[in-house]
Design a protein around this ligand. Structure first.
Ligand SMILES: Cc1cc2nc3c(=O)[nH]c(=O)nc-3n(C[C@H](O)[C@H](O)[C@H](O)COP(=O)(O)OP(=O)(O)OC[C@H]3O[C@@H](n4cnc5c(N)ncnc54)[C@H](O)[C@@H]3O)c2cc1C
Length: 394
């Protein structure tokens, strides 16, 4: 049986980074993955350019039943530390928006960075490896793989969440947590588009592809100011993906379709300047034309000129467009979700080392843990930070 100091399950963002760090600290590391490639999600991320961190990373950008848990790791290995590493590898990048850093060229560069770092740590990478069982005894952890058994003093679970089963996602990490008596919070697809009930979807059908800036608010008051996109299944775009993490089935979201311009003020000014202009054409100056047309077909925008618009109509219109209430039918689920909410209960882990308090030598890092970031590079930063904290303790 082959023996290592550390076995890490999952060659994704967290697993690769942890393996590299631990290897460079002198540990003999075996990194296992069920896929035929390491870092598959990284390659798909950020539209192929990997939004590898966010300059505004702070604990408030993470959801967890225990919001304090992420603070220590994020403070010890920060976005600036990872940016330094990216610089050291000569990877060119840019800020797209809101502090989000993307590779200029390709996400492959981040995978290559991680592979090079693993090489520097002499990490053994074994792909296409299925873990059939995990046992713990006085020698540490013994894993039965397809065709071999391996053993290590320490075991790190970095197998990620359930989103995108097509990219190798499995519930493996949650099962190991439960096997060793750790609590796992129910999981839910997050950073995911909304689907709409059929009647509304049919009404909005022709808007597929239309995008506009919005402010979107969940029932708990959380709000995001970002773009929204109508799709043939419902609603998407950054604003919707963000709010999906705060939405519960059955709840409404409120969407301000004109977050920058006060429609009351706009109509007032327009009425003075162009009293005979149709309301529709006037609104099309600040909203996508197709949206205005559909809203008029739905009788949400009266078919009148500006001077004909009475004050009751105006206040109803302004209310509809600034506070459009939508009750999603559901989400597109794990098939398209970027992340998974919930996971291994952090109260049972050390926030300094990620080790299970009652199971010496067992560690959980990355998305399998109940820490989920906003859209915009925050999830990779959690992967880097939790992996680094863990590696120091291996
Ligand atoms: C399409 C898409 C785009 C995204 N874009 C971004 C972005 O730009 N910025 C950002 O911050 N976040 C992004 N995310 C989220 C980000 O990819 C994840 O939060 C991050 O990859 C989590 O890292 P991880 O190492 O915990 O898990 P993963 O990266 O998911 O890695 C887990 C690994 O474990 C392996 N594995 C699973 N089960 C087993 C098993 N039973 N045996 C062996 N191996 C197993 C998997 O094959 C996988 O390689 C995106 C997600 C998706 C799906």
């Amino acid at each position: 049986m082959e023996k290592f100091d550390v076995i890490i399950i999952g060659a994704g963002a967290a697993g690769m980074f942890c393996a590299a760090q631990a290897g460079q600290l002198g540990r003999r590391v075996l990194l296992l993955d069920n896929g035929k490639k390491a870092g598959r999600k990284i390659l798909m991320s950020g539209g192929g350019r990997c939004n590898f961190t966010n300059m505004h990373t702070e604990p408030a950008a993470y959801l967890s039943h225990n919001p304090h848990f992420c603070k220590s790791a994020l403070a010890r290995y920060t976005q600036w530390d990872f940016i330094d590493l990216v610089n050291r590898h000569g990877i060119a990048y840019h800020e797209k928006t809101l502090g989000q850093l993307f590779c200029d060229d390709s996400a492959q560069q981040i995978v290559d960075l991680l592979l090079k770092e693993c090489e520097a740590g002499q990490v053994r990478v074994r792909l296409r490896s299925e873990v059939l069982s995990v046992e713990r005894d006085d020698n540490g952890y013994t894993l039965q793989l397809n065709g071999a058994a391996v053993q290590a003093e320490k075991l790190v679970i970095a197998s990620g969440g359930l989103s995108m089963p097509g990219l190798g996602a499995t519930p493996f990490g949650y099962k190991v947590a439960e096997q060793f008596g750790l609590k796992v919070f129910p999981t839910r697809a997050a950073l995911v588009p909304f689907t709409l009930h059929k009647p509304l979807l049919e009404q909005l059908n022709t808007l597929s592809g239309v995008a506009l800036p919005t402010t979107i608010t969940a029932q708990d008051g959380t709000l995001f100011k970002e773009a929204m996109l109508f799709t043939h299944r419902g609603l998407s775009g950054p604003a919707v993906l963000q709010i999906s993490s705060y939405w519960q089935p059955g709840e409404f979201v409120t969407i301000d379709l004109s977050p920058v311009t006060s429609l009351d003020d706009f109509i007032h000014v327009q009425r003075e300047a162009h009293p005979n202009l149709s309301l529709k054409n006037s609104l099309a100056k600040i909203l996508p034309k197709r949206l205005v047309e559909v809203l008029q077909e739905l009788k949400q925008i009266p078919d009148v000129t500006l001077k004909q618009l009475n004050s009751k109509q105006q206040s109803e219109l302004v209310n509809t467009l600034h506070h459009w209430r939508v009750q999603p039918n559901g989400t597109e689920g794990y098939r398209t979700a970027e992340v998974t909410l919930g996971g291994v209960d952090t109260t049972q882990l050390s926030s300094k080392t990620m080790e299970a308090r009652d199971v010496p030598g067992l560690f959980f890092i990355g998305e399998v843990v109940d820490v989920t970031g906003w859209l915009g590079g925050y999830n990779f930063q959690w992967a880097w930070s939790s992996a680094w904290a863990c590696a120091q303790a291996l």
